[in-house]
Design a protein around this ligand. Structure first.
Ligand code: ATP
Ligand code: MG
Length: 666
């Protein structure tokens, strides 16, 4: 049985559709054709430090040039460009002054209600400088930590850039987080100030931010906070704490629009960002100024092949790493025009993204599988919000990030959004990696749906077993990066031991970066495919099954299934049993009907993958438990599948009510 079952498992893993880049994508691309990609990889292999030295010199402005590229003496606490000095904000803004970019639109801001505001690079520099002066006026200085709890607005980007300008380390907290989550981050970071707004506007609703800051601080332990800056997004009244709170207007009054950027050491912490908490308590990931910025700029050039006439739109919130690298820093360092969107994809209707692409002539569009899946569901249910209703011909490149994209969702995105002409860059990366690490290049890489393809030049990614030994193509294992790279995490803030334990396991020698994701390389091309978190690999009767495979098979039943999450639970007979949580395109079934659909899905999985992968337990929900960044929290589903009470950290859970619904058996 085992050989035929694994053969069947193989067949769903082998994705035969290949989409080579056509002339439109390769012509004029920064990395055009696979030979150009391979030449860069070879350069990095032959002279690793020379490669990074060249790129860091060519892509960043240094106030004090570095002489040491990589310092490995205190591994895994690697240092990059460690004796150089620069300023991140100067590299995003000042560098464009005196060039044709200075009068180019930096940000096209579309508010929740559709109002559009634009700022040029010159104007943005003035606003950042003025706000940096306001920070200084409240005694905030280099090395201080500042919490940014802002809506998606120009002011949110200004707040981050202003911190960087004076060498203060920002820690952005997503505007959907609770008072408790905010308090924990304030305490952990030891922040001196919070930059927030009175309210945020999302989906036509006004939601409080400042009141949550007050509640968070009131929970205690936040005495380090001396100032709360309040951007008055709406005219609605809010409660002022005298002596501590100051509005943006008050803070900016009398401040000049010039502020010299403070040079900092390349290793100076640019920011701390807490991970999304999919697998446990969020970690305060610390990033360094020089290496991080280098990769933000370079990946804009390489992965998005950004060109002067492009209109770039990354839909991620600045509260996530994607919003840091591909909203607040990368596009500005690259001198691009970008769209910043305040609202949500389903308001006032689920065609909002497509409408905005048409309206702003977006050419490079970057979003998450969770958004794509929900918009597929919406378009299936209502013709009027299908992308075909808008003119999307401005699009040139599409991107995906955050989770593996199921091949079926990839195909839909390719056909209905990309008009079968736009390469899709399925970018694999993490808060810890600072920027893309494994991704197709639009002008070079032949695409395979569901695969993030190949590592970027200089990223020494590999798949290994528990001892760090390389595995051959076709064998699933753990994803690692064998050499350090400039934009990697420097430490976990306040917890260097957890940093070492989480990412540099002793069993692998203590210097190799362990991503925490499982992956497999295809036999033919050596392409990487992420199979899920390491914890998510199931062992059913001795067969290793990635949860992602079974989920993709379920979602491939396109007439029925909108979304699926698969976890394992202990089973006396098979070791582990497969449990699937499924959201249907129609309403949630119960009773006999649920049993019948569950059987249909079981048979489907048996046919798609093999009987071994058949879910023992299938439960239906209106939704799945997700982090506020839209990722499925499988660790909670694992507890539900086992019938355990949930005792884990749920501070980053978006929709707690769903847990109870999913706990019910059919
Ligand atoms: P935590 O580390 O707290 O559990 P998290 O890992 O969800 O949270 P992030 O750093 O936001 O926090 O997400 C990185 C993870 O997202 C990756 O490790 C991977 O599991 C997943 N991921 C991101 N992009 C892709 C992609 N293109 N394909 C597959 N998986 C992806
Ligand atoms: Mg993670």
């Amino acid at each position: 049985m085992s050989s035929s079952a694994s053969k069947n498992i193989e067949s769903v893993l082998v994705e035969n559709r290949v989409f080579p880049p056509d002339a439109r994508a390769t012509q004029g691309a920064r990395i055009s054709g696979m030979a150009a990609y391979e030449a860069l990889c070879k350069e990095a292999e032959q002279d690793f430090e020379g490669f990074w030295t060249r790129l860091a010199k060519d892509n960043l402005n240094w106030t004090k040039p570095f002489t040491r590229t990589l310092d490995e003496s205190n591994a895994p606490f690697y240092q990059w460009f460690g004796d150089g000095e620069l300023n991140a904000s100067a590299n995003c803004l000042d560098r464009h002054i005196g060039t044709p970019v200075e009068n180019k639109t930096a940000i096209v801001f579309e508010a929740d209600d559709g109002t559009v505001t634009k700022v040029t690079y010159k104007e943005l520099l003035a606003r950042v400088s003025q706000f940096a002066n306001a920070l200084k006026a409240r005694g905030i200085k280099k090395g201080d930590r500042v919490i940014v709890y802002m809506p998606m607005t120009i002011e949110g980007v200004v707040a981050m850039q202003a911190c960087a300008r004076i060498g203060a380390t920002h820690s952005v907290v997503f505007g959907g987080f609770s008072a408790k989550a905010l308090q924990e981050r304030i305490i952990d970071a030891g922040a001196v100030a919070v930059i927030t707004a009175n309210y945020q506007l999302r989906g036509g609703k006004e939601l409080p931010l400042k009141a949550i800051v007050d509640d968070g601080i009131a929970l205690g332990g936040c005495e380090s906070i001396k100032t709360v800056f309040v951007y008055e997004r709406t005219p609605t009244a809010w409660n002022r704490v005298e002596g501590r709170d100051i509005t943006f207007a008050e803070a900016l009054k009398g401040q000049g629009t010039e502020c010299a950027p403070v040079p900092v050491n390349a290793e100076h912490p640019l920011f701390i960002l807490y991970t999304s908490g999919s697998t446990g308590k969020p970690k305060g990931v610390q990033h360094a100024t020089g290496g991080y910025l280098l990769w933000a700029k370079l990946t804009m050039d390489w992965t998005f092949d950004i060109r002067p006439e492009d209109v770039f739109w990354c839909t991620a919130d600045i509260g996530w790493i994607t919003g840091h690298t591909y909203v607040a820093y990368g596009p500005l360092a690259a001198g691009a025009t970008q769209v910043v969107f305040e609202g949500i994809p389903t308001f006032p209707h689920a065609g909002r993204f497509w409408q905005m692409i048409e309206k702003h002539k977006v050419s490079v569009f970057y979003t998450a599988p969770t958004a794509i899946r929900s918009l597929i569901k919406a378009a299936d249910g209502d013709e009027k919000v299908h992308p075909k209703n808008w003119d999307l011909t401005s699009l040139r490149i599409l991107g995906s990030v955050g989770e593996p994209i199921n091949p079926e969702a990839w195909m839909w995105y390719h056909r209905n959004v990309g008009g079968e002409r736009c390469p899709i860059v399925d970018t694999f990366w993490q808060t810890e990696t600072g920027g893309h690490v494994i991704t197709p290049l639009p002008g070079a890489t032949p695409l395979v749906p569901g695969s993030c393809t190949l590592p970027l030049p200089g990223i020494m990614a590999a798949i290994v077993d528990e001892t760090g030994k390389d595995l051959p193509n076709g064998a699933g294992g753990m994803l690692v990066i064998k050499r350090p790279w400039p934009s990697m995490i420097r430490t976990i803030w306040n917890d260097p031991e957890r940093f070492k334990k989480s990412y540099f396991p002793e069993e692998m020698g203590g210097t190799i970066y362990l991503a925490g994701d499982g992956a497999v390389r295809s036999a033919d091309r050596g392409y990487f495919r992420i199979t899920g978190r390491i914890d998510d690999v199931l062992n059913v009767s001795g067969h290793r099954l990635g949860t992602m495979e079974i989920e993709s098979a379920l979602v491939a039943k396109t007439d029925l299934v909108a979304e699926a999450a698969v976890v394992g639970r202990p089973d006396d007979v098979t070791g582990e049993a497969v449990c699937a949580f499924v959201v249907l395109k129609r309403s949630r079934p119960t009773g006999e009907e649920a049993k019948q659909i569950a059987n249909e899905l079981r048979n489907w999985v048996a046919k798609e993958i093999g009987p071994i992968a058949k879910p023992k337990d299938i439960r239906f929900g209106d939704n799945l438990p997700k982090t506020r960044s839209g990722k499925i929290m499988r660790r909670l589903l694992r507890s539900i599948a086992k019938g355990e009470a949930i005792t884990q950290d749920t501070s980053t859970l978006e929709n707690p009510a769903i847990l109870e619904q999913l706990s019910q058996t059919n």
